[in-house]
Every structure is written in structure tokens, then in C-alpha cells.
Write a protein that binds this ligand. Structure first.
Ligand SMILES: C[C@](O)(CO)[C@H](O)COP(=O)(O)OP(=O)(O)OC[C@H]1O[C@@H](n2ccc(N)nc2=O)[C@H](O)[C@@H]1O
Ligand SMILES: Nc1ncnc2c1ncn2[C@@H]1O[C@H](COP(=O)(O)OP(=O)(O)OP(=O)(O)O)[C@@H](O)[C@H]1O
Length: 354
């Protein structure tokens, strides 16, 4: 094939992909039963890990703050006939984007994951936290009639960044299905399922800024949110959260007591002194992380820079969005993924007016 023909072939493929995207967006925007959901990222302003418990999890005091950076989800749940369920279940058996769950294998879910972060994240539907959320909620409320759920996830939050993307997607699905299934917004079964899915999921039901205890899933109280800008910088590699905790156990180091006392008493996000005692363990797993932290500290001052959760995203708090954008542009030139954003009061929520 000549170079030109090759280029034309690639252009055709891109056009096809673009047309498919446009078709999906149009369907999503026009479908009367399709809900649009916002699914924000988070950073941990404080992460104070304590002792390892019997179940392998660690006690944790954490202050999480939602970001304006978010994934967008489109969710459509519809009743189907038993024949249709059987047909879709049979078709789905050989497809990675389809998973079947519910108390009577009655729920067939299709997940279309569009990764906009450049990572090309591919997660089989059955492993997607969004599916696990739907499956567990349907069991918790005993929905056993044939049902189909179509979910589109447009990802802007990089995975394995310590930014809680998967957990936030799960929370958004819980919120969307609670609405579709006529559950009260404060139905305890929604909160219970959230806590069962992972340490970070419950936070996203509240969003904004909050102090959490337990293993990071028990809301203690809310803090006044901040309006500061944020720049996120992440190397190509992620950090596996479980690995970071394992490394932490080899040499546990507490957050300094004076910082902990100050943070546990803080009522405003702006008063929180940044601290994360999981950071040394995560940084030991990924040698590029200390270089990113040092580079960011030169740009924004070391007291404003912290690894988020188990990483691999490091964030810096900056006073202006222009400042965050300037640093993000410079970080991109180093080959890192970087985004300017801001702290926000967002939570996992249905976008109204659709
Ligand atoms: C690092 C943080 O993101 C900070 O917000 C969280 O602590 C982790 O939240 P997450 O990703 O929702 O974590 P999960 O999916 O619940 O747990 C992943 C793994 O991390 C470890 N883990 C997590 C939370 C915790 N308090 N103690 C732990 O030891 C466990 O090995 C667990 O198997
Ligand atoms: N909806 C989802 N979005 C992203 N990742 C998902 C999702 N469902 C399951 N995963 C899996 O979870 C892994 C971690 O993704 P996630 O974005 O939640 O990481 P994280 O930012 O480190 O999370 P946390 O801050 O909660 O530890 C991914 O590598 C992927 O295999």
C-alpha cells in the first residue's frame, strides 16, 4: 500500500470512530430515559494511615476534597422481557463489555468505556466497579425482574492515580440507579453498598470536603470547601493501592502529632495542613514520584504539594487557575500527564434538566 493510501485508510478509520462517537452522543442526549451523571475525582488533603486490622485493611483518618475534574456517565435502565434477557445474556457471554448479575441473574449490563486520558484503560464489564455497584444494589433491594442497563463512561480521571475515579464511577451508578429505581436519596442500603465496594466510594455520595474515619469510609463531618486551584501531575505508570499499603507495613510512619491534631480540628479545607503518611511507601514503588514532587515544589512551594492517596498523581494547590495551567503545561513538556483543575463542592450526582 502506498503511503497516501495508508494515510487515507487511517483517516477512514478515524472518521468511522468519530461517526460512532457522534452517534452515541446523539443517542445519549436524545434518549428520554438516559440520565447524565457527573462523577468527580478527589484528592486526599490528609491521609493518616494507622494500624493494619485483622481483615487486612488499615485504620485511616482522611480528609478528602472533590475536584472539578470529573468523568461523565450516561445511564439507561429499562425493563425487558424474559426472552430478551435470555437473548442478551447468551450474546453477552462472549463479550467483555457485557456482564450479568442481580439476585436472579436478571440484570444484563453493557458498559461502553471511552478513555479520554490517553491511557486506553480497558476493564472487562464484570470487573468494572460500576457493574459491581449495580449488581450489589439490585441484590440489596431485591430487584429480581429482567432488566437491561446501558452505561457509557467517558473517563477524564486517570486510573491508578489515587484520584478515586473507579470509586466515583461506582458512586455515580448508585445515585443514578437509586433515582431510576425510586429509592430515597438517603436510603441506607445505598450507603451500605457504597461502603462494601471500597474505602473511597462512600465519600463520593457526599462529595465536597469531608473528614472520614474507619478505613476511610465512615463520614465524620463535612468541612467548608475551598476554591483554590489545583494542578495534577502523574507519570505514565500507576501505583497499585494494595502494594502501597503492603510497603507501608514494612516501615509504618505516623503523621506528626501536631499536624494530626490541627487537621482533625479543622473546619475549613483551607486550614488543613497537607500530610500523607502513605506517600513514602508509594514513592518507593515508583522512583519517578520523588522527582515529580521536587519539581512541583519548585513551582508551587513544598507545603502546597502532596501525593494524592496512594498515587501516582501528585497535586499542588495554587492560588490562580492561570498558575495551575502554566504549571500543567510545563509538566506536560516533561512527558507527564498533567491537568489544571480546582477544588470543588461536587459529588456523584445526576445532572438535572435532562
Ligand atoms: C489510598 C486511598 O485512596 C485514600 O483515599 C484509599 O485508602 C484506598 O481506597 P480504595 O482504592 O477505594 O481502596 P479499596 O479498593 O477499598 O482497597 C484496595 C486495597 O488497599 C488496601 N487498603 C485500602 C484502604 C485501607 N484503609 N486500608 C487498606 O489496607 C487493601 O489492601 C485493599 O485491598
Ligand atoms: N470504572 C472504573 N474506572 C477506572 N478503573 C476501574 C473502574 N472499575 C474498575 N477499575 C479498576 O480499578 C483500578 C484502579 O482505578 P481507580 O481509577 O479507581 O484508581 P485510583 O485512582 O488509584 O483509586 P483510589 O484513589 O480509589 O485508590 C483500575 O486500574 C481498573 O483496573
Amino acid at each position: 500500500m502506498t503511503e497516501n493510501a495508508q494515510r487515507n485508510r487511517e483517516a477512514e478509520v478515524n472518521l468511522l470512530a468519530a461517526a460512532r462517537e457522534a452517534q452515541w452522543s446523539a443517542a445519549a442526549f436524545m434518549g428520554p430515559n438516559t440520565m447524565k451523571l457527573v462523577s468527580p475525582a478527589k484528592v486526599n488533603l490528609l491521609l493518616a494511615i494507622g494500624a493494619r486490622r485483622e481483615d487486612g485493611y488499615h485504620d485511616a483518618d482522611t480528609i478528602m476534597h472533590a475536584l472539578a475534574l470529573h468523568d461523565t456517565l450516561y445511564l439507561c435502565a429499562e425493563d425487558i422481557s424474559a426472552d430478551e434477557l435470555a437473548k442478551r445474556t447468551a450474546e453477552g457471554a462472549s463479550r467483555e463489555d457485557v456482564a450479568v448479575g442481580g439476585p436472579a441473574d436478571n440484570l444484563v449490563m453493557t458498559i461502553d468505556l471511552a478513555d479520554r486520558t490517553g491511557q486506553d484503560l480497558a476493564v472487562p464489564a464484570a470487573d468494572n466497579l460500576a457493574f459491581k455497584a449495580a449488581d450489589r444494589l439490585s441484590r440489596a433491594v431485591g430487584r429480581d425482574l429482567p432488566e437491561a442497563i446501558q452505561l457509557r463512561i467517558e473517563k477524564h480521571i486517570p486510573a491508578q492515580g489515587g484520584l478515586g475515579g473507579g470509586s466515583s464511577n461506582a458512586a455515580a451508578v448508585l445515585v443514578g440507579l437509586a433515582k431510576a429505581w425510586g429509592l430515597a436519596a438517603d436510603d441506607e442500603r445505598v450507603a451500605d453498598v457504597a461502603r462494601s465496594l471500597g474505602a473511597d466510594v462512600a465519600f463520593f455520595l457526599h462529595g465536597g470536603c469531608a473528614l472520614l474515619g474507619g478505613v476511610g469510609e465512615v463520614l465524620q463531618r463535612r468541612l467548608e470547601t475551598s476554591r483554590r486551584s489545583v494542578v495534577l501531575v502523574k507519570p505514565a505508570e500507576g501505583v497499585c493501592t494494595a502494594e502501597a499499603y503492603k510497603r507501608f507495613d514494612a516501615a509504618p510512619r505516623p503523621v506528626p502529632q501536631d499536624v494530626l491534631v490541627c487537621d482533625l480540628a479543622a473546619t475549613r479545607a483551607d486550614d488543613v495542613v497537607l500530610a500523607n503518611n502513605l506517600a513514602p511507601a508509594a514513592e518507593a514503588l515508583l522512583p519517578e514520584l520523588p522527582s515529580i514532587r521536587e519539581w512541583l515544589a519548585e513551582q508551587a512551594g513544598s507545603e502546597s504539594v502532596l501525593l494524592s492517596g496512594s498515587g501516582s498523581a501528585t497535586f499542588a494547590l495554587v492560588d490562580t487557575f492561570a498558575g495551575a495551567s502554566r504549571i500543567a503545561t510545563a509538566a506536560t513538556a516533561h512527558g507527564w500527564w498533567a491537568r489544571p483543575t480546582s477544588l470543588s463542592g461536587l459529588r456523584a450526582a445526576v445532572v438535572p434538566g435532562r
